[in-house]
Design a protein around this ligand. Structure first.
Ligand SMILES: *[C@@H]1O[C@H](CO)[C@@H](O)[C@H](O)[C@H]1NC(C)=O
Ligand SMILES: *[C@@H]1O[C@H](CO)[C@@H](O)[C@H](O)[C@H]1NC(C)=O
Ligand SMILES: *[C@@H]1O[C@H](CO)[C@@H](O)[C@H](O)[C@H]1NC(C)=O
Ligand SMILES: *[C@@H]1O[C@H](CO)[C@@H](O)[C@H](O)[C@H]1NC(C)=O
Ligand SMILES: *[C@@H]1O[C@H](CO)[C@@H](O)[C@H](O)[C@H]1NC(C)=O
Ligand SMILES: *[C@@H]1O[C@H](CO)[C@@H](O)[C@H](O)[C@H]1NC(C)=O
Length: 295
């Protein structure tokens, strides 16, 4: 009975040691892209960060991009305390530039893990009279920080082109197309083509918007994310970087010298004590391997 138990115990140990020794050296995680720090749950290298966020960020030389089905958006900043990141769509129209319109789409997994926060206001411009936002769904439009969406037509050089002379040629009666401040849920539920608005821009209601003119608003999208809690803290505190095994998606901690399934044993700087601990583990690993070989 006891020998049987012992056998399974060693079998377990063998599996763990084999696992750890095979993945050793497989992780190499960059900790920043340009001047933006890359921490859990994000990763820009294979098997770094959380597997669920894998492939969402792309670091090309010094620029970080958030990759979505509708394109890559430049990451301006990541706030790891607030769990938010700010992205900017270079193809989006702003108060100063008008660009051909395109859609904003996230994948299903992005919609559950990382999506525009309620401080991100979508301004839908040049909406037709048939737009659902002008009819059945009028209540999805709101005013933001005391501003109405029409201000974009009256004070932005880019959007004033939407002001057209009214059909009867009466120049004192300019027709201003419909406009709507709404949130991401509206855009997600109804695509841009259903909304029937030719352009959009996004503004972050960051507290400085009240009383500011549209040219001074912050254009961009603030995304709010939730990181799966998988014990990355212990790894992080001990000086490691959180990652995962590509095949099994098991959590791995990349330490300065090795890779573990927990943390770096509380040794972040290689003092003499940690060297001793390293030798002790090495001895243990060798002992277990020896017993494995016998079994
Ligand atoms: C990341 O960017 C590089 C260079 O811009 C590009 O070649 C690559 O396809 C991108 N990867 C993804 C996943 O978008
Ligand atoms: C505004 O929308 C109408 C369709 O409702 C479209 O024909 C027109 O080209 C748009 N204006 C601009 C400047 O894109
Ligand atoms: C556009 O129309 C709005 C509302 O009618 C008006 O206040 C604004 O001055 C117009 N802008 C231009 C450039 O015609
Ligand atoms: C133009 O529109 C204004 C305001 O609606 C109106 O007072 C005026 O009579 C109109 N002029 C013509 C020629 O239709
Ligand atoms: C090594 O461990 C001893 C106690 O075991 C401790 O007093 C000492 O500060 C440690 N040295 C380092 C470099 O961590
Ligand atoms: C491997 O990681 C463990 C933490 O579980 C640590 O105690 C040990 O010193 C490390 N071994 C080597 C050889 O770096």
């Amino acid at each position: 009975m006891t020998s049987r138990l012992l056998f399974f115990f060693f079998l377990f140990l063998c599996t763990v040691t084999t696992l750890v020794s095979t993945v050793s050296g497989a992780l190499s995680c960059r900790k920043s892209c340009g001047d933006i720090p890359i921490n859990y749950p994000f990763g820009i290298d294979k098997s770094c960060g959380s597997p669920q966020f894998s492939g969402m960020l792309n670091c090309s030389s010094t620029d970080l991009y958030f990759v979505t089905p509708s394109g890559s958006y430049k990451v301006r900043s990541i706030d790891y305390d607030k769990n938010t990141l700010v992205v900017f769509d270079p193809l989006m129209s702003t108060c100063s530039t008008l660009q051909p319109n395109h859609d904003f789409k996230l994948s299903d997994i992005q919609n559950t893990l990382i999506r525009p926060s309620y401080d991100s206001v979508f301004a839908l411009l040049n909406c037709s009279n048939d737009s659902p936002l002008h009819n059945r769904y009028q209540n999805l439009c709101f005013s933001t920080a005391g501003h109405s969406c029409d201000e974009l037509y009256s004070s932005c050089t880019s959007f004033s082109v939407f002001n057209t002379t009214s059909p009867n040629g009466n120049n004192t009666e300019r027709a201003t197309p419909n406009c709507c401040f709404t949130n991401y849920d509206t855009v997600r539920a109804m695509s841009m083509s259903v909304l029937d608005c030719s352009h959009y821009t996004t503004v972050i209601n960051d507290g400085k918007m009240k009383g500011a003119v549209p040219i001074d608003w912050s254009y961009g999208i603030e995304l709010s994310y939730s990181a799966p809690e998988i014990g990355c803290n212990a790894c992080d505190k001990s000086g490691g970087t959180c990652g995962f095994d590509l095949e099994t998606e098991i959590f791995l901690c990349q330490c300065p010298n090795n890779i573990t399934t927990r943390d770096c044993g509380g040794v972040s700087d290689g003092g003499s004590n940690s060297t001793k601990a390293n030798y002790a583990t090495l001895f243990l690993v060798m002992l277990v391997s020896f017993i494995c070989a016998i079994l």
